[in-house]
Design a protein around this ligand. Structure first.
Ligand SMILES: [Ca+2]
Ligand SMILES: [Ca+2]
Length: 224
């Protein structure tokens, strides 16, 4: 099945920030415990970063939706998507995750969107966007990882492998760049995004498969 999600064409790649382990549960450990990988440092994850920036998302087929799962949060993090690319005001909240919590939601019926995080660490509140140009500090606050590549799939490897993949990890740094506690650990909110067929499409696919089985059954009956 083809990917339903593509990264909109790359602009100049932003210089990558450090990807630190820090004193909390490091990003690589979160991925290891979630996906059974065996990374030993968060810097191991650098090759799996989708470097095109900004990464707004485009679901190019109406028959797909994006399932979103918050798998780790280190503060009180509100996560959602926005549809006015370049502005970030038309926001739809998907969920709020607190420390240690998880959440699920889905994005459906929109073809082009960005992601945002409104975070309240240490009493302040900031909103950060998947489009770095919208961030008040000019810093990139989200790394997007190709989850299928992390899990060893080489399908679609090439100039823009993510075009062929359906599963991603969105990892956020919630502190402003100049914050004295800035640690670039990008574990403050970790979200899995998977492109899956819309339930109606699954139903149709299921009916198609059932129909095929009936046809095969009839054909077999005629032969024997
Ligand atoms: Ca952090
Ligand atoms: Ca953190």
């Amino acid at each position: 099945m083809c990917a339903g999600l593509v990264m909109v064409a790359a602009q100049a790649s932003a210089t990558l920030l450090p990807l630190n382990d820090g004193p909390e549960v490091p990003l690589y450990s979160i991925l290891n415990s979630t996906y059974g990988t065996t990374f030993t440092s968060s810097s191991d994850l650098q090759p799996f970063i989708i470097t095109s920036s900004p990464p707004p998302f485009e679901v190019f087929n109406d028959n797909y939706q994006v399932q979103v799962q918050g798998i780790y949060a280190s503060n009180n993090e509100n996560f959602g998507y926005y549809t006015d690319l370049g502005t970030g005001a038309a926001q739809t909240s998907l969920f709020t995750v607190s420390t240690g919590g998880t959440a699920t939601a889905s994005i459906s019926g929109v073809s082009n969107f960005g992601l945002y995080l409104t975070s309240s660490p240490y009493g302040g509140s900031n909103t950060w966007y998947s489009e770095t140009s919208l961030n008040s500090d000019g810093m990139r606050h989200m790394y997007l990882f190709d989850l299928e590549a992390i899990q060893g799939s080489s399908f679609g490897s090439g100039a823009n492998p993510a075009d062929f993949h359906n599963r991603f990890v969105s990892a956020w740094e919630d502190l402003p760049q100049n914050d004295s506690l800035q640690d670039y650990d990008f574990n403050d909110l970790v979200v899995e995004m998977s492109v899956v067929p819309e339930p109606a499409t699954v139903l149709l696919l299921g009916m198609g498969i059932a129909g095929l089985a009936v046809m095969q059954f009839r054909r077999r009956k005629r032969v024997t």
